[in-house]
Design a protein around this ligand. Structure first.
Ligand SMILES: [Zn+2]
Length: 200
């Protein structure tokens, strides 16, 4: 699967699973030549065509774009990830509803009750609030993204990264699953943490 097809497919899956809605979210991949393939502003990520995607430099200059297409307004956040994480080749920003609801209600995502989450993602921190589509998003992730493959932008959405787009999507799915289980367990009345020290 080429990189354009992989982004289209990831957008479609995330949209159909309800992890993105309307024309929200954005997706990018670092190409072998160092440039970035990124989704455009304003389009539904579930219904994109390969030619809708843009190629930009690591500094954000447009190299290749169909007429009228502009890169996502969250471009500064994507470029910040690639600058700080040489090991990362894919960035996925989504609006997973359970995870966002937890941050809206003032809860952090917990990592002490599901073994898979603990073993794969470690912890999932929440950033300070930043205005969506503003350069503030690049600033609020700066301290966290070097140490985490999944984090929450407070009262906004998720940011997951991976060596591949498949990894970034798996991290998003796991983040939302964790949030959903946390929400359900809290609604049932309590969360029983994993036994002390089992992961050491
Ligand atoms: Zn967003």
């Amino acid at each position: 699967m080429n990189f354009r097809t992989a982004i289209i497919e990831t957008g479609r899956i995330a949209y159909q699973r309800g992890l993105l809605t309307a024309n929200d979210g954005n997706i990018s991949v670092r190409l072998p030549d160092g440039n970035i393939l990124i989704t455009p502003s304003g389009l539904c990520k579930g219904r994109m065509q390969p030619e809708d995607l843009l190629v930009i430099t690591p500094e954000g200059e447009v190299v290749e774009a169909a007429p009228g297409r502009k890169p996502t307004s969250e471009q500064p956040m994507h470029l910040e990830v690639y600058r700080l994480r040489p090991d990362v080749n894919a960035v996925l920003h989504a609006h997973p509803p359970y995870a966002v609801a937890l941050t809206v209600a003032g809860f952090d995502l917990r990592n002490d009750f599901l073994p898979e989450t603990r073993m794969t993602l470690g912890s999932i921190p929440t950033t300070d609030f930043a205005l969506p589509s503003s350069p503030q998003n690049a600033a609020v992730i700066r301290e966290l993204i070097p140490h985490h493959d999944a984090l929450m932008l407070r009262q906004h959405g998720s940011l997951t990264v991976g060596r591949t787009l498949e990894e970034a999507l798996i991290n998003l799915e796991r983040l939302e699953h964790t949030a959903r289980v946390q929400y359900l367990a809290q609604t049932l009345g309590r969360i029983v943490p994993l036994p002390e020290g089992w992961w050491r």
